[in-house]
Design a protein around this ligand. Structure first.
Ligand SMILES: Cc1ncc(COP(=O)(O)O)c(C=O)c1O
Length: 495
C-alpha cells in the first residue's frame, strides 16, 4: 500500500491489490475527506501529475477521479490556477457520527426525528418463532408446491418474449385493463360482487389496498372499528396511517355490530372479514350484515371488506360478499391472490364505489403510479383460459383433506383439551384452549418442536378473552399432520 507523504495529501492512500479500481479509490478518498471536513472549501489540490508521482501510479485513474469530483461539484478548477475544493461547500466543524448520536443530543438542532406513527409500530419484524420458517402449521402458507409452474412459466414467457407496448410503458393507475375485465367477470359470478372493470384497482396485495383506503378515506386519529380478535396486518397499516383502532368483539355471528355502535357510534370506517372471520373462522350472519350496512349508511362510515380466502369452503358453497348487498356505495371490497395462488405474487385488487374512483386514481398515481404489468398480463390468461378455476378445484380438495386430517389428529391427540373453531373454511383453524392454559408459552414450546402455532392472544389489541392456537394447514402435507400434532402434544405436556 502506498501512502501520499504528509504535506501533500495525508488523507489519501491507494491499494493496488484492492478489487476497487484505482480511480474509484481516489474518488472516494477525496469525497470522504471533504465530507469529514479534513479538506475544507477553497483548499488547493495537488496537480494530477505530482499526485501520480507521489502515489507511484499512472495519471489516468487520477484524471478519471478528478473529472468525476469536478462533475459532482466537490472540486472546482480555475483556469491557470489549478484545482480546488469547491468554495460552495459548507465549511463548518466536522459532522458528528450519526451512529453515535446519544440521547443527550435530543432537542438540539440536527437530531434525527422519526414519525410518531412509525414509533407506535417499533423497529424490525418481531422475531416470534411462529412468524418465520417452514415449520408445520404456519398460518397464511398455501401449498405452493402444487402451483402449476409449467403453465405459469409458459404464460410469463408468452408475454415477456414479445411484449406489447403496454407492457413496457407507464400504465393506468387502476391496473392492466384486460386483467381488470377478467377479475370483474370472476368477482361477479363467483363472489356475487356488483362491479364493472372500471371500479377495479389492482394493488400489491390487501396490505396496499388498506393503505390506499386509509390515505383516501381516513384522517389522523380517525376512529376505525377492527375485529377483536383480528388480523394484525390490517391493524398495523391502519395504525401507521394514523387511525385510532377501536376493537369490537367477535362472536359466533362475526363482528358484534351493536357492541361497536355502543363503543364508538361515529367511527369513520370498519375493517371486517365477513366471509371468514380472521382468525376465529366464523361467518358474519345475514342480520349482522344488514345491521352493519345500516349503521354505515346512517353514520357515514366506510366498510373495508377483506375477502382474503373465501374461495375455500368445505361444507357449503362460498358465502357471497357483503359488497353485493351494499346499496349506498359504502363498501370497499378487497381481495388477494396471496392465499389462492401464492403470497410472493403481491397481487390483490379492490372494488371501489364508482364515485370514489377518480380520487383513488389520483392518490395511487402519487404513491407508486401503477402496478407492475407483466404478472397482471400472465394472470389475465391464467384466469380466462381456465387455469385458475382448475387450480382452485384442486386446492379445495387438497385443503379439505389436510383440514380433515388435522381435525382428526387434534381430536385423537388432544381430545377434550382443545375445541376446534372455524374448520369449515379457509386454510387455518383455531384450537381453543381451556382458560387455565396460556397460549403464548405453549406456542414458544411448540416452536422448539418445529411447530409454528400462532397464539390466538397475539390477535387481540386488548386483554385476550380467549386463548388458543391458530394452526394453518394450507402448507402442511396431510401425511405429515398426525406426527406434527403428536409433537404439538409434547408442548402441552411440558407446560
Ligand atoms: C386476514 C388476511 N387478509 C389478507 C391477507 C393477505 O394479505 P396480502 O394480500 O397483503 O398478502 C392475509 C394473509 O395472511 C390475511 O390473513
Amino acid at each position: 500500500m502506498k501512502k501520499a507523504p504528509t504535506g501533500i495529501l495525508p488523507i489519501l492512500s491507494v491499494d493496488r491489490r484492492s478489487p476497487l479500481p484505482l480511480y474509484r479509490q481516489i474518488y472516494e478518498g477525496y469525497r470522504e475527506a471533504i465530507v469529514d471536513r479534513r479538506l475544507r472549501a477553497g483548499e488547493r489540490l495537488p496537480s494530477t501529475r505530482s499526485l501520480a508521482t507521489e502515489l507511484g501510479i499512472s495519471r489516468i485513474p487520477i484524471l478519471g477521479a478528478f473529472e468525476q469530483l469536478l462533475a459532482e461539484g466537490y472540486f472546482e478548477s480555475r483556469v491557470g490556477a489549478g484545482t480546488f475544493v469547491a468554495h460552495s461547500l459548507p465549511d463548518e466543524a466536522p459532522l458528528p457520527d450519526a451512529r453515535s448520536t446519544s440521547r443527550s443530543t435530543a432537542g438540539r438542532p440536527g437530531r434525527r426525528v422519526l414519525s410518531e406513527a412509525s414509533a407506535v409500530l417499533g423497529d424490525g419484524i418481531t422475531p416470534e418463532p411462529w412468524h418465520g420458517g417452514w415449520g408445520a402449521f404456519r398460518v397464511s402458507q398455501p401449498a405452493v408446491d402444487h402451483f402449476p409452474f409449467q403453465v405459469w412459466s409458459a404464460l410469463l414467457a408468452r408475454h415477456s418474449r414479445n411484449p406489447t407496448r403496454s407492457l413496457l410503458t407507464y400504465g393506468d393507475p387502476m391496473g392492466h385493463r384486460p386483467f381488470r375485465e377478467a377479475l370483474a367477470a370472476y368477482l361477479r359470478t363467483s363472489r356475487a360482487v356488483r362491479c364493472e372493470a372500471e371500479q377495479i384497482m389492482v394493488v400489491s396485495g390487501s396490505q396496499q389496498a388498506l393503505e390506499l383506503s386509509a390515505r383516501v378515506l381516513l384522517d389522523s386519529r380517525s376512529p376505525v372499528w377492527v375485529e377483536e380478535p383480528g388480523y394484525a396486518g390490517a391493524k398495523d397499516v391502519l395504525t401507521l396511517a394514523g387511525a385510532r383502532m377501536v376493537p369490537v368483539p367477535v362472536d359466533d355471528e362475526g363482528l358484534d355490530v351493536s357492541a361497536g355502535i355502543e363503543r364508538c357510534p361515529n367511527a369513520r370506517a370498519v375493517y371486517v372479514t365477513p366471509s371468514h372471520q380472521y382468525p376465529l373462522g366464523g361467518t358474519l350472519s345475514a342480520s349482522r350484515r344488514l345491521q352493519l350496512l345500516d349503521w354505515a349508511q346512517r353514520s357515514g362510515a366506510w366498510i373495508l371488506e377483506d375477502d382474503y380466502d373465501s374461495e375455500y369452503r368445505y361444507e357449503s358453497l362460498p358465502v357471497s360478499a357483503l359488497q353485493g348487498l351494499d346499496r349506498d356505495s359504502r363498501v370497499i371490497y378487497i381481495g388477494t391472490f396471496s392465499k389462492v395462488l401464492f403470497p410472493a405474487l403481491r397481487i390483490g385488487y379492490m372494488v371501489l364505489p364508482a364515485d370514489l374512483v377518480p380520487r383513488f386514481v389520483r392518490v395511487r398515481d402519487a404513491m407508486d403510479i401503477f402496478p407492475p404489468t407483466l404478472f397482471q398480463a400472465a394472470l389475465t390468461d391464467f384466469l380466462t383460459e381456465g387455469h385458475f378455476a382448475r387450480h382452485l378445484r384442486k386446492m379445495r380438495q387438497l385443503y379439505r383433506e389436510r383440514r380433515t386430517t388435522l381435525v382428526e389428529s387434534l381430536s385423537k391427540e388432544l381430545g377434550d383439551t382443545v375445541r376446534v373453531l372455524g374448520a369449515q373454511a379457509g386454510m387455518h383453524l383455531v384450537a381453543e384452549l381451556p382458560k387455565r392454559l396460556r397460549d403464548r408459552p405453549l406456542s414458544e414450546r411448540a416452536a422448539k418442536e418445529g411447530i409454528w402455532a400462532m397464539p390466538l392472544s397475539a390477535c387481540y389489541l386488548e386483554e385476550a378473552s380467549r386463548q388458543g392456537l391458530v394452526l394453518g394447514y394450507g402448507g402442511t402435507e396431510a401425511a405429515r399432520i398426525p406426527e406434527a400434532v403428536r409433537r404439538l402434544r409434547k408442548a402441552f405436556r411440558t407446560g
